[in-house]
Ligand binder design. Sequence first.
Ligand SMILES: *[C@@H]1O[C@H](CO)[C@@H](O)[C@H](O)[C@H]1NC(C)=O
Ligand SMILES: *[C@@H]1O[C@H](CO)[C@@H](O)[C@H](O)[C@H]1NC(C)=O
Length: 314
Amino acid sequence: MRVLSLACLLSTLCGIHEAVVPQNDKRRNDRPIIGILAQELKYPELKRNSYIAASYVKTLEAAGARVVPVMINRPEEEYSQLFHSINGILFPGGAANLLTSGYAKAAHIFYKLALEANSRGDYFPVWGTCLGFEQLLVITSGEKLLCRTNTRGVSLPLDFKQDATQSRLFKDFPPEVMTALATENITVNFHKWSISMENFTKSEELRNFYKILSTNTDGNIEFISTMEAYHFPVYGTQWHPEKNAFEWSRKYYPHTQSAIKTTFYMADFFVNEAKKNSHSFANEEEAVKHLIYNHNPVFSGASGSSFQQMYYFE
Ligand SMILES: *[C@@H]1O[C@H](CO)[C@@H](O)[C@H](O)[C@H]1NC(C)=O
Ligand SMILES: *[C@@H]1O[C@H](CO)[C@@H](O)[C@H](O)[C@H]1NC(C)=O
């Protein structure tokens, strides 16, 4: 990043913008607004049908973005309008059905819009964490290729693939964070389904679309833990970057300095991706109507939830 800024400065001084400054740096949007997809509550109540765990919101806010909740079960036109107002979208972890839920349906719509936009040169990043990662796999491959793994509650170091340090996602990470990620138990796995190396490799759709950046194993099955699309700003982690800094309900959630830096650098990466997008709401009043600040998080951890705080929606 620093090298690039210096290059920009030099090119400005020398008056040779076009040749040196990459496209994406010309109009950086420093007021990014990122959508986070809500999902069904397992036990809905009056005025509580869906939710977003606050840790995802805090993670993006900490890296300089504002957040808009993307509600489930809304008409496609509403999603399309929202798509053209926000600068990226995150599909969070959780437990919704990957084929039939409102979460799955909305994720399909945004994924399709994102691929179309990116193909037109309208850079729109998409992130999936855990369930969101699995959702990306299901959408891209058109089938459910997941298998059961014994990974429900363990923090692991990443087994980086050879060229992970050259990936868009990791290339600007400080070396000490990369070393920590490769050697310390700082990526939280909280899933019973995974995409095995075997099934990933067998699927032409997945193999051609995503580059594997890291894998892990539950002792028996090697599964993909981090990926980025080759030709699109689509990213996924089976693990949970947001939990290290913002969740406390499990003993194995790591809170060491390198664990917290991991939360931050993952968020910093995605927020900077969103800064390459120039969608906007019609005006600031419109944005204000949609921002998550219109909702108040509840201290759900106090009543036994694995999330410290949650936003509930009708
Ligand atoms: C591969 O995917 C199928 C579902 O299509 C699943 O039944 C099977 O367990 C998976 N195998 C592995 C090794 O991941
Ligand atoms: C990571 O966790 C495993 C058990 O899950 C343990 O055997 C190992 O010593 C831990 N490694 C570090 C560096 O703490």
